[in-house]
Design a binder for this molecule. Structure first.
Ligand code: COA
Length: 212
């Protein structure tokens, strides 16, 4: 396989990135997915917050996010409310305390080759380079589909944490240093897990606290 190159978002990549998301989240309703036009806004407002993996000119991976203030006890009801002001303008605040990762996807034919890890490493660098508190995200839980009838969400998350169950998303995130803060429901539509997700956090290990 040819070498994978990593870049940040630009206007010309937006359609290909939107197409990749449609492949990687086939069950997610259209209103919960980035459209080409929304990605073009991201490319304009905060291009360096999105990492794109390229195999030649094919987009094979992506990870995107914004800077924002977060209160883990009082999150907005939905991810869309977190990402958009008045459902319209992207809610990126360069002074926000956290990098909130809103999407991450690797093309099915390119998974398991470390592309996800590379994208995470580059997004972690966004956090450390900008001295943010950490990198938060809401993780989809594809593996919960096989357990949701028999196990409550807390038990499932414990099993993933203890490595008794492999969840193709959350296990990978834990291997990348994320911890689970809590389960959250109906933050976005994800029928496989009955709309359960996990609020996860990677804390900036290099945080410099301003003492002044
Ligand atoms: C989650 C996703 C982005 C991961 O991308 P990826 O490029 O396959 O990730 P990587 O290859 O970097 O990492 C996969 C890790 O899982 C491990 N892994 C894969 N299958 C495994 C298994 N059955 N048991 C244990 N570990 C396994 C790999 O060894 C690797 O770990 P390592 O980096 O410590 O070696 C990709 O699966 C995806 O796009 N999923 C659909 C969309 C999605 O769920 N996105 C996340 C939204 S929150």
């Amino acid at each position: 396989m040819a070498d994978i190159n990593y870049t940040t978002l630009d206007w010309e990549l937006c359609k290909k990135v939107a197409d990749l998301l449609a492949i990687c989240f086939p069950d997610m309703p259209i209103e919960d997915q980035y459209t080409q036009e929304e990605l073009e806004e991201v490319a304009e407002v905060f291009p360096e917050g999105t990492i794109v993996a390229l195999n030649g000119d094919q987009v094979v991976g992506m990870g995107t996010g914004i800077f924002t203030n977060l209160n883990f006890e009082q999150l907005p009801m939905t991810e869309n409310e977190l990402l958009y002001k008045d459902n319209e303008v992207i809610n990126h605040d360069s002074n926000g305390d956290y990098y909130y990762g809103s999407d991450m996807a690797v093309h099915p034919q390119f998974r398991g080759r470390g592309i996800g890890r590379q994208i995470y490493n580059r997004r972690k660098a966004i956090v450390t380079d900008n001295n943010k508190l950490g990198f938060a995200a809401a993780a989809v839980l594809p593996g919960y589909a096989d357990y949701k009838r028999t196990h409550d969400i807390h038990t499932y998350l414990e099993m993933v944490k203890r490595k008794e169950v492999f969840d193709s998303t959350l296990s990978m995130q834990m291997r990348n240093g994320f911890q689970v803060i809590k389960p959250i429901k109906d933050f976005f539509t994800y029928p496989q897990s009955d709309n359960w997700a996990a609020l996860i956090l990677w804390e900036n290990p290099n945080l410099v606290v301003d003492q002044s």
